[in-house]
Design a binder for this molecule. Structure first.
Ligand code: PMP
Length: 430
């Protein structure tokens, strides 16, 4: 079917289908390229929103998934366990930097991992509250909507949210929130709203994802570790977007040397197969009763086969080094753009978790969300998928596969540059 025919079906039968601006239907994909239903070739700088760090349909993952399909597709692991689940648990326990010996529960999505992390923290501490952060994003289930640092568009239409969720500022000096101020805000939240005697966990992303790709300073993460220890609260680190090699290490928290109690992960762990994980210190993970965590599909054998293949690819193809190298390349390009364009500011990257902010006034860091939207639209017309994000909607984030071929990367970056030139005029220094 053509894009036009498929769009017609989408508008008629898909919830919110008419409101969604994406109109090209993916037909086939390989590494950083997608071909749509009409045969157009598109460069993918979104990687399925951070899911495809090793590229679309990595051959080793495809092979492992196919082999698994020929063996067993589903049992529900509580009814009859299978090798893939326990092997994934073993492997994740070994690579995830949580305190002590780690145990693992698998789920299907990032939001579900966060839900379960909060369940574990409540069971382990006997306490109820969680503290989350401005700009944070954790999902679209009720608990995670309550935990998000932003109401619209996620929670705006769905009535009241679960309670026991309190918020603190995330340090983003670029937007005027210093590390000291953020820590003061956190301590204030603990003194006023969220009594530490009833607070089970502090939950945060080590680098804000949807909130704009701002990394938390190592000293801030260390301070949170200390506060958690002082009050018997768990430190839950959400690595759904930053994990699995995006930042040049397996997990972004490794840049700080801090060991949290629980890490949640999803996205790039299975190259597109749906799966997520909660990895935490054994005593906490074992705190709730048998059959209290999980669900019918959690840790599907097919997704588990994909995770094991992804972990092999990380070792065999030096994915962490590739992530570092890509980040450095992007960082250099950002510097050039910042000199070239008045509207490009704050180029930054932790490994390949890389972003720029678009502004209308560089000195004042005034966000220009309209320009970010226009850039993404113009790039899409030229055959490049580009994503914006951030509390102010003016961050352009780069989540292409770290395995992207140099020519494809250059071609994509040239489209960004060309689109910017068209939108803001030819820069004087170009
Ligand atoms: N946490 C973070 C940090 C995320 O970036 C996301 C997704 N963007 C989620 C949780 C939710 O994951 P999912 O969409 O798989 O539920």
């Amino acid at each position: 079917m053509t894009n036009a025919e498929l769009n017609d079906l989408k508008k008629r039968y898909v919830a919110n289908g008419a409101a969604s601006p994406a109109t090209q239907f993916a037909d086939r994909a390989e590494n950083a390229l997608i071909w749509d239903a009409d045969g157009n070739r598109i460069i993918d700088f979104a990687g399925g929103i951070g899911v495809l760090n090793i590229g679309h349909r990595h051959p080793k993952v495809v092979e492992a998934v196919k082999a698994q399909l020929d063996k067993v597709m589903h049992t529900c692991q509580t009814v009859m366990p299978y090798e893939g689940y326990v092997k994934v648990a073993e492997q994740l326990s070994k690579v995830t930097p949580v305190r002590g010996h780690a145990k693992v529960m698998l789920a299907n999505s990032g939001a579900e991992a966060l839900e379960n992390a909060v369940k574990v923290a409540r069971a382990a501490t006997g306490k109820n509250n969680v503290i989350c952060f401005d700009g944070g994003y954790h999902g679209r289930t009720f608990m995670t909507m309550a935990m998000n640092g932003k109401v619209a568009p996620y929670a705006a239409d769905f009535g009241s949210m679960p309670g026991n969720v309190f918020r603190a500022p995330y340090p983003v000096p670029y937007h005027g929130v210093s590390e000291d101020e953020a820590l003061r805000g956190l301590k204030m939240a603990l003194k006023t709203d969220a009594n530490p005697r009833d607070t089970a966990a502090i939950v945060l992303e080590p680098v804000l994802g949807e909130g704009g790709f701002y990394p938390a300073p190592a000293s801030f993460l260390k301070a949170i570790r200390e506060i958690c220890d002082e009050h018997g609260m768990l430190m839950i680190i959400d690595e759904v977007q930053s994990g699995f090699g995006r930042t040049g290490k397996m997990f972004a928290i490794e840049h700080s040397g801090v060991e949290p109690d629980i890490i949640t992960m999803a996205k790039s762990m299975a190259d597109g197969m749906p799966i997520s994980a909660v990895v935490g210190t054994d005593v906490h993970m074992d705190a709730s009763g048998a059959n209290s965590l999980g669900g019918t599909y959690t840790g599907s054998p097919v997704s588990c086969a994909a995770v094991l293949a992804v972990l092999d690819v990380f070792k065999e193809e030096n994915i962490l080094e590739k992530s570092q190298a890509l980040g450095e390349k992007l960082g250099k390009r950002f510097e050039k753009w910042q000199q070239q364009f008045d509207c490009v500011d704050n180029g930054r990257h932790m490994g390949a978790m890389a972003a720029i902010d678009l502004v209308s006034d560089k000195a004042k860091h005034t966000p220009n969300a309209d320009l970010a939207a226009a850039l993404c639209k113009r790039a899409r017309e030229k055959g490049l998928i580009l994503l914006s994000c951030g509390l102010y909607g003016n961050t352009i984030r780069f989540l292409m596969p770290v395995t992207i071929e140099d020519e494809v990367l250059e071609e994509g970056l040239a489209i960004v540059e060309e689109s910017l030139k068209e939108l803001v005029g030819q820069p004087a220094t170009a």
